[in-house]
Design a protein around this ligand. Structure first.
Ligand SMILES: Nc1ncnc2c1ncn2[C@@H]1O[C@H](COP(=O)(O)OP(=O)(O)OP(=O)(O)O)[C@@H](O)[C@H]1O
Ligand SMILES: [Mg+2]
Length: 502
């Protein structure tokens, strides 16, 4: 009977963190020679359930079977002994060491390391599994894609038969994704079982035999890998997705634009020119999309508009008030809200959700020189409700999933009713549900009359949300069009610096 038992089976796995149920009776199995994807929104519980399988944390209830036999997995050591390997999102390699040394680490168990032997073993493993690595290279000199190969090889050379990959493509460029998939296909053909965690539908469909979908900690279902994107997306978010889209009504023409930038110049890192002669306007109730390959002045533009970089020349006005060179506090008082590209940099991970929500306006919560904890908390409870943040006021922000972290930022900025919203890459790394949510929030602000400057590398996103688009290339605006009249091919040419104006 054991030959038909799944390689790995999780039965009724439940995991609680305080009141939060991260996994709720999850059943999941992966067969021999199969890629089984685990799909779900940010915070659905994907990482948690697989950390349990790998012994990084223990379930509150449930059992784990390997080849049909119940196994107690209390540590990664137990998991490795049971043939389970996991490549987490943050690699666990020793950076100053070579590839061969890293591969030998788990095996030597305190005994001296025979370098020649370690190199030979690494080269053998590389051949055997068809995964190209240079045994003599130092890990710190490798690209992220190469480091990932070392991690996979490390797991395989410990005789892992069940390989768990937590969002392995998030850190890879498209060519590396293709290479990873080719490697996985050949390993699976040799009998390896793979758990592939992701929230990218196209990838899940490209690589998986079966797909299991988690939603809010519960298993929604397990379906064949051929299931179409619409159905997978609707399982994931609990309703069919229509794709949040800007209404086609034109914004009400206002007498004067809310945000006006005239002949702006700024330097970037190393004092090199980053913005040259940029002029643009954003009206009330309008979303202006800034398209371009990153590194063409977008970062500096956002920094000038949030008061973090002084322009060398030019004017920035909000409702005709001159703000060029203003500091961040003054920008905030002028009701310019900023949702930055780097979410983590503008939040303090160890601090609670409640405090992160008031960080920029602590003075509003002081009573007689002290912070009024009660009102900080009530404020947080209201925003958690309003912005659907799936966390409690006291949870450290670092424990939230990516989508919920973005909601904390949105709540902090949008709850202050900004006149102007400067937003960068708002949905990068977010799943379908969180993406829709973020987009619909921006559209709500648009409907309320805010002027929104949206910087994104995602053309599809810009086309879905913007009323007008400008294209930046090497610090200049090289094109402008109403979205309705936009020609995607032409936008691509402009972004690549091949437009007439460039
Ligand atoms: N150590 C922890 N303490 C408290 N809560 C936690 C902890 N780890 C995870 N959680 C919570 O459990 C839930 C599930 O998180 P998990 O990381 O498993 O989600 P995920 O599906 O992997 O999401 P993502 O796509 O963002 O990686 C989230 O609400 C998260 O905040
Ligand atoms: Mg995760």
């Amino acid at each position: 009977m054991t030959d038909i038992a799944p390689a790995l089976e999780l039965r009724g796995i439940t995991k609680r963190f305080g009141d939060l149920v991260a996994n709720d009776g999850v059943d999941f199995d992966v067969r021999r020679g199969e890629v089984h994807a685990l799909l779900g929104e940010n915070g659905a519980g994907k990482t948690t359930v697989m950390r349990i399988a790998y012994g990084l944390t223990q379930a509150s209830a449930g059992e784990i079977l390997v080849d049909g036999q119940p196994r107690a997995i209390r540590s990664p050591r137990d998991a490795i002994d049971a043939g389970i390997g996991m490549v987490t999102q943050h690699f666990a390699l020793v950076r100053p060491m070579t590839v061969a040394e890293n591969l030998a680490l788990g095996r030597s168990r305190g005994m001296g390391l025979d370098l020649a032997e370690a190199r030979r073993r690494a080269a053998d493993a590389s051949d055997r599994f068809g995964i190209r690595v240079d045994p003599a290279a130092r890990v710190e000199d490798l690209s992220v894609g190469q480091q990932q190969r070392v991690e996979i090889l490390k797991a395989l050379s410990r005789d892992c038969r069940i390989l768990i990959l937590d969002e392995p493509t998030a850190v890879l460029v498209p060519d590396e994704v293709d290479a990873l998939f080719a490697t996985l296909r050949s390993l699976v053909a040799d009998g390896l079982s793979v758990v592939f965690i992701s929230h990218k539908l196209a990838e899940v469909r490209a690589i998986s035999d079966r797909v299991s979908v988690l939603r809010r900690g519960k298993l929604v279902g397990t379906v064949p890998g051929t299931t179409d994107d619409r159905e997978l997306a609707s399982m994931m978010v609990g309703r069919p997705t229509f794709g949040v889209q800007r209404p086609t009504d034109a914004p009400a023409p206002s007498a004067a634009p809310t945000l006006r930038i005239r002949e702006l110049h700024a330097t970037g890192a190393n004092d090199l020119p980053a913005l040259s002669d940029v002029s643009l306007t954003v009206g009330a109730g309008e979303i202006l999309g800034v398209a371009g390959v990153s590194g063409n002045g977008q970062t500096e533009l956002v920094e000038v508009l949030s008061g973090m970089r002084r322009p060398t020349r030019g004017s920035v006005t909000v409702d005709d008030v001159e703000l060029a060179g203003a500091d961040p506090a003054r920008m905030m008082r002028a009701r310019v809200g900023r949702i930055p590209e780097d979410r983590h940099a503008s939040l303090i991970g160890d601090l609670s959700v409640a405090y992160n929500l008031v960080l920029e306006r602590l003075d509003d919560f002081r009573r007689g020189g002290r912070i009024d904890e009660g009102s900080v908390r009530r404020h947080a409870e209201e925003l958690i409700q309003r912005f659907d943040i799936r966390a409690g006021p006291d949870d450290p922000v670092a424990t939230l999933s990516g989508g919920n972290i973005q909601k904390v930022l949105l709540a902090r900025v949008l709850s202050r009713d900004p006149r102007v919203v400067i937003v960068s890459q708002p949905t990068r790394g977010l799943d379908v549900g969180a993406t829709e949510y973020v987009r619909s929030q921006l559209l709500e602000r648009r409907a309320d009359g805010a002027a929104i400057l949206l910087v994104s590398e995602d053309l599809e996103e810009l086309l879905a949300l913007s009323d007008r688009l400008v294209v930046v290339y090497e610090g200049r605006i090289v094109g402008e069009t109403a979205t309705a009249a936009a020609d995607v091919g032409e936008l691509g040419m402009l972004m690549a610096g091949r437009g007439k104006a460039a």
